[in-house]
Design a protein around this ligand. Structure first.
Ligand SMILES: C[S@@+](CC[C@H](N)C(=O)[O-])C[C@H]1O[C@@H](n2cnc3c(N)ncnc32)[C@H](O)[C@@H]1O
Length: 275
């Protein structure tokens, strides 16, 4: 067997092990991305092949946690890509808020440590206040999910260091966070968000219909087939006319392009066509 084939088989065995022992469906992620992340951990452990690294995992519980941290890539910030949040504040939030639905369901899919759903909560809250409709905020549910339990614990704590605020408009920081640093999300915004663990590759969307899905900087790590299957699920979970917002370097692939209209292609804002 050639060394490349041996390496490939050992890589597949390792990803199968990660899936079976830790429920992280690594086989659906892009190979190059996974290999780079695993290589970082292998270097840190001083091992040079997948088989040796797999053996290391068998005897080192802490290494499992470090590996899962490396694979899930939790980088995020509040109001990440400010122009996207400006577009959402201007177009998406008012359109969703104006829907007659008794419950408005918004899903932040792959929410990491909570910056994204809290940013959304601030936008919806500010919009409701601008219309003197605070009493209607009780019909809004922002469901935020992630596969990574550590991130979800940080999200529930709702407290952020200065670095998380680099994209945050001053007036929103002042209104929706406690003074100083680290700063905690105020209760009015916090109360709009609930967190849950959910694996986007293997679990259904939250109970719908949903009116807005943000899934930003998550699908980029998935292989093309998994992305397409997920976009189909997003489509099916959204109410007709509901919005989908992706990360700025992500886009709809293949048949998924026919499922949505692009309302702002540059900012990756899409809409399920109205019925
Ligand atoms: C780079 S962060 C993106 C955070 C936020 N959406 C943003 O754009 O700033 C990617 C997140 O996707 C999560 N993730 C990766 N694979 C996932 C999966 N299969 N199901 C759910 N979340 C996943 C990671 O745990 C991580 O928190």
């Amino acid at each position: 067997m050639s060394p490349a084939l041996v390496d490939d088989l050992a890589f597949r065995a390792l990803t199968a092990k990660i899936a079976s022992e830790r429920g992280f469906g690594a086989a659906n992620y892009r190979d190059g991305c996974l290999r780079r992340r695993i290589a970082v951990r292998m270097r840190a452990c001083g091992v040079s092949d997948y088989t040796a690294y797999s053996a290391r995992l068998d005897t080192d519980a802490a290494e499992w946690e470090k590996l899962l941290d490396a694979l899930t890539i939790n980088v995020t910030k509040l109001f990440r890509d400010r122009d996207v949040y400006e577009a959402m504040a201007h177009d998406v939030v008012p359109a969703v808020w104006a829907l007659a639905a008794p419950t408005l369901r918004v899903w932040s899919a792959g929410c990491s440590s909570g910056e994204e759903p809290y940013s959304l909560a601030a936008l919806f809250h500010r919009h409701a206040v601008s219309l003197s409709q605070q009493d209607r905020l009780s019909r809004l549910q922002i469901i935020a999910s992630d596969i990574d339990r550590g991130s979800l614990d940080r999200a529930r704590a709702a407290t952020y260091a200065d670095a998380a605020f680099v994209d945050t408009p001053a007036e929103l920081r002042q209104r929706y966070f406690s003074p100083g640093a680290p700063a905690t999300v105020v209760d009015e915004a916090r109360a709009l968000v609930t967190f849950e663990r959910r694996d986007l590759l293997n679990e259904a969307a939250p109970r719908g219909p949903l009116h807005l899905i943000l899934c930003r900087n998550v699908v980029i790590y998935f292989d093309a087939a998994s992305q397409q299957a997920l976009f189909q699920r997003f489509h099916d979970a959204l109410a007709p006319g509901g919005y989908l917002v992706l990360g700025k370097v992500e886009t709809l692939l293949g048949a998924a392009r026919t499922l949505f209209d692009a309302t702002d292609h540059r900012r990756r804002i899409f809409r399920r066509p109205a019925a």
